[in-house]
Ligand binder design. Structure first.
Ligand code: HMG
Length: 397
């Protein structure tokens, strides 16, 4: 049975910071951010967007009424969850009006969470071919103002519908994965920003890529020339390039040219959004599929997932006939073109806004946020969400 990505959608908040301007205000040469790191724009979540609302906004655009009835499993990968107990999947399930007879859970392993979700979804569909699984990857990447990680922040979500007979990409059987207990990046429960050993994290990312790539080749008998493109988890767009470079000598000139050209296309969306942790690899896949109009059905795409701490996986998929007809290219063009640039001073102010943690009530101004699904406030320590289409506006006390 073919199992894979039937639909894929994306959401980023409507605000962004220009990396050239951020560089100037940090006394850094702009080329360090735009070339050395490889980022142009950094998406910023206003206080009315969190991991729940971003995931729901991403899913809202791709699901029809039939999908909503057929989904019986919501798997939410995130490392910026809003509750240590209740899963973000349960909130999204309600905000989208999904079939109540469904499982809804949250999965955590840094940026690897959505990949774990996809693999779990594959198993579920294999046992229940009529089911559809909604896999979400949604995060806000925060390192802090004036930190070395600042240029690699971002916010956004990817939603994927995993099903039998998928319309976009069939996931192949072969997969290679690896776990090693390392401290390259982590966020203790008490912290709202990540701790990171930047250089070590870069080294480990490449080491993990090499290990799983070699294991994948041994398991599958495939080699570099079998791939039309390889998409990477992209904490910043130069990172995947550093990993790709280490294997390019395995191919011919033609392979190198093809893989480098497709790599560039696969980084365009990420370059303009920043790191979105769990959704990052799938945003890169979306960038490749939507911006390269010449990919043929049957082409094999490699996928490298990396979640600090760390778990890595290399797996692959093949494009389906007419896959382009099932993408949301126009909506995503609109999403990018309707974003609003904010100044560095405005970014700093928004970045520091927080919800109360002393049980007090806060009502948020939804007029400023054009998204359909927003956080309306907090009351009795409960986040109050609104789907403007459902008109379900919570009563704030
Ligand atoms: P840094 O110390 O600010 O930057 O940290 P740098 O000094 O290493 O410079 C970066 C690059 O810019 C270098 O290129 C410089 O040469 C270049 P490289 O040697 O790396 O190829 N550069 C310039 N280029 C052109 N013109 C110039 C110029 N100046 C300098 N004028 C770092 C950078 C990425 C380490 C930092 O931002 C950081 O710690 N970020 C967060 C951690 C991270 O993203 N790690 C990536 C791997 S781990 C991962 O992917 C998992 C993660 O997503 C979390 C999860 O799994 O949940 C992070």
């Amino acid at each position: 049975m073919k199992i894979g990505i039937d639909k894929i959608g994306f959401y980023a908040p409507h605000l962004y910071v220009d990396m050239n301007k951020l560089a100037v205000s940090r006394n850094v040469e702009p080329e360090k951010y735009t070339i050395g790191i490889g980022q142009e724009k950094m998406a910023l979540a206003p206080i009315t967007q969190d991991s729940v609302t971003m995931a729901a906004n991403a899913a809202l655009k791709i699901l029809d009424e039939e999908d909503k009835k057929a989904i019986d499993f919501v798997i939410f990968g995130t490392e910026s969850g809003i509750d240590n107990s209740k899963s973000a999947g349960v909130y999204v399930h309600d905000l989208l009006g999904l079939n109540p007879y469904a499982r809804s859970i949250e999965v955590k392993q840094a940026c690897y969470g959505a990949t774990a979700g996809i693999q779990m979804a594959k198993g579920h569909i294999a046992l229940n071919p009529k089911s559809k699984v909604l896999v979400l990857g949604s995060d806000i990447a925060r390192y802090g103002l004036n930190t070395s990680g600042e240029a690699t922040q971002g916010a956004g979500a990817v939603a994927m519908l995993i099903s039998a007979d998928p319309k976009i990409m069939t996931l192949e059987e072969n997969s290679a994965f690896l776990t090693e207990d390392i401290m390259d990046f982590w966020r203790p429960i008490h912290a709202d920003k990540a701790f990171v050993d930047g250089k070590f994290s870069n080294e480990q990312y490449i080491a993990f890529f090499n290990k799983v790539w070699n294991q994948y080749k041994a398991k599958s008998g495939l080699e570099l020339s079998d791939f039309e493109a390889i998409c990477y988890h992209l904490p910043y767009t130069k990172m995947g390039f550093k990993a790709l470079k280490t294997v390019l000598d395995e191919g011919t000139d033609e392979d190198r040219e093809r893989l480098l050209a497709n790599y560039k296309i696969s980084t365009q969306y990420n370059r303009n959004v920043g790191n979105i942790y769990t959704g990052s690899l799938y945003l890169s896949l979306l960038s490749l599929l939507e911006l390269n109009e010449n990919l043929q059905a049957g082409s094999r795409i490699g996928l490298f997932s990396y979640g600090s701490g760390a778990v890595g996986e290399f797996f692959s998929g093949k494009l389906e006939e007419n896959y382009r007809e099932h993408l949301h290219v126009v909506e995503h063009e609109q999403l990018f073109s309707s974003r609003i640039e904010i100044t560095v001073a405005e970014y700093e102010e928004i970045f520091q806004e927080t919800l109360p943690v002393d049980s007090s009530t806060m009502e948020l101004d939804l007029e400023k946020d054009p998204a359909t699904i927003c956080l309306a406030g907090i009351t009795d320590n409960k986040r109050q969400y609104v789907n403007k289409v459902f008109g379900k506006v919570p009563v704030m006390k």
